[in-house]
Design a protein around this ligand. Structure first.
Ligand code: ZN
Length: 145
């Protein structure tokens, strides 16, 4: 077939390329990365980090449902710890669309009694970003339910 000449030429080009790569001196592999980026969640020093690595300090241990709604409406990041264990089984970080749904649904219901210990705390980062941490029995629209 008339193609054989082109195929072998291509093989020759590939081989040349492979030889060229083989000729390039190998640099030592970079050290494996051992430092993970700040893990999202509560940190040992009492601060809290979001998935982007932003660090928050607690401003109010407890805020009212009305204050939580106002903060969410003003653009606060909302994170939910459904079982209230401090994030041991993971936090749920709400996206902007979900936060908008919270705001549209009105204030949250925070159930805090003998059996349930719902709470919303307010946190702030150095750049002024506000975070709402909803823990345990907090019900808010169709997102925190
Ligand atoms: Zn948990």
């Amino acid at each position: 077939m008339g193609h054989s000449g082109r195929v072998s030429k291509r093989k020759a080009q590939l081989r040349t390329f492979a030889e060229m790569l083989a000729a390039v001196p190998r640099e030592p592999a970079p050290d494996p990365v051992t430092d993970e980026p700040a893990r999202a969640g509560r940190r040992d020093d009492g601060t809290m980090a979001d998935p982007a690595g932003r660090v928050y300090t607690c401003v109010r241990e407890t805020v009212s449902a009305t204050a939580a709604l106002a903060a969410a409406a003003a653009g606060a990041v909302v994170v939910w710890d459904p079982c209230g264990c401090g994030g041991g089984c993971g936090f749920r970080w709400l996206g902007e669309a979900e936060t908008a749904r919270l705001v549209a649904s009105g204030p949250p219901r925070i159930r805090c009694n003998k059996r349930r210990n719902g709470n919303i705390s307010l946190w702030r980062s150095a750049d002024g970003t506000v975070l709402l941490l909803a823990e345990d029995a907090v019900f808010w629209g169709d997102v925190l339910a």
